[in-house]
Ligand binder design. Structure first.
Ligand SMILES: O=C(O)CCC(=O)C(=O)O
Ligand SMILES: [Fe+2]
Length: 261
């Protein structure tokens, strides 16, 4: 596996311009505005959080469906065509890029339910081991948490994950992290880009701040690295390594439907 660099991740500052991020936030508000009144705060982040809280208060089903729609926003993959990001991917050797998936993550202050344990992203369908996550904070702050990652741990290859009895998320045993240096991305600046291989072990850092940590994730891959295509699409047998329910299905089965405290 050759992945970006030996560490399997890069951090580049100011890759996505603030205007494009604002456009995404406006699109998110427009989606939510179909179901609740949009808050009239001047600050767009406050507007976003308050409006999303209104959605949450209204009903768990509405929250879940609105969230699904936000994850599929048209304007998310458009970021890939921004000059700086496009050039960055080219420089990192993406010859025949494809989009495997994209979405938004919301980590609310002091909300533990959606925090990821140490994992690799094995539920995504990859075409090759050269896939990368492009992780873009769209809110800034030091106290809103972030993500931790073990540099170079992709060298372990896919690891069999188990479901945590404590929080219902998939995880691998801590022992796998031992040989690798941990880096934490917890000083988030909107528009920065963290590009990392989904095979690097990584986890969420809790949000102890006052606003929601919103992040965008786009997964891309390179077909020129899929030498196995004459036999199969994926580079390995994914079913052997992970649970195939969605996060939401698994959490609902284990802990009941989400209701905000
Ligand atoms: O943002 C987080 O808390 C973790 C995100 C993550 O695991 C991912 O994007 O694959
Ligand atoms: Fe992940």
């Amino acid at each position: 596996m050759i992945l970006i660099n030996k560490k399997g991740f890069i951090h580049k500052k100011k890759i996505i311009d603030i205007k494009s991020i604002k456009k995404i936030k406006q699109d998110m508000l427009s989606v939510m505005g179909n179901f609740v009144p949009v808050s009239n705060d001047y600050d767009i982040d406050k507007k976003l959080d308050k409006t999303f809280n209104r959605i949450t208060k209204k009903s768990p089903t509405l929250r879940s469906n609105v969230f699904k729609a936000l994850c599929q926003l048209y304007s998310i993959p458009q970021l890939l065509y921004k000059k700086k990001l496009f050039a960055l991917l080219k420089r990192n050797g993406f010859k025949d890029p494809i989009i495997n998936g994209f979405g938004i993550l919301a980590v609310e202050p002091y909300e533990k339910r959606f925090l990821f344990n140490i994992h690799q992203d094995l539920r995504t369908v990859f075409a090759s081991y050269n896939a990368v996550n492009i992780w873009i904070p769209i809110t800034s702050g030091n106290d809103i948490g972030g993500m931790g990652l073990y540099e170079g741990s992709y060298k372990l290859g896919p690891i069999k994950h188990s479901v945590s009895k404590i929080n219902g998320h998939e995880e691998v045993d801590f022992k796998y992290t031992k040989k690798f240096k941990k880096v934490e991305f917890n000083k988030l600046e909107e528009g920065d880009c963290f590009i990392f291989t989904p095979f690097n072990l990584h986890y969420s850092i809790p949000n102890n701040g006052k606003k929601i940590r919103w992040t965008i994730r786009i997964v891309i891959d390179d077909v020129s690295k899929a030498k196995h295509f004459n036999k199969k699409f994926e580079p390995y047998d994914r079913k052997k390594y992970c649970d195939n329910r969605t996060n939401e299905e698994r959490l609902n089965e284990m802990f009941g439907i989400y209701k905000k405290k």
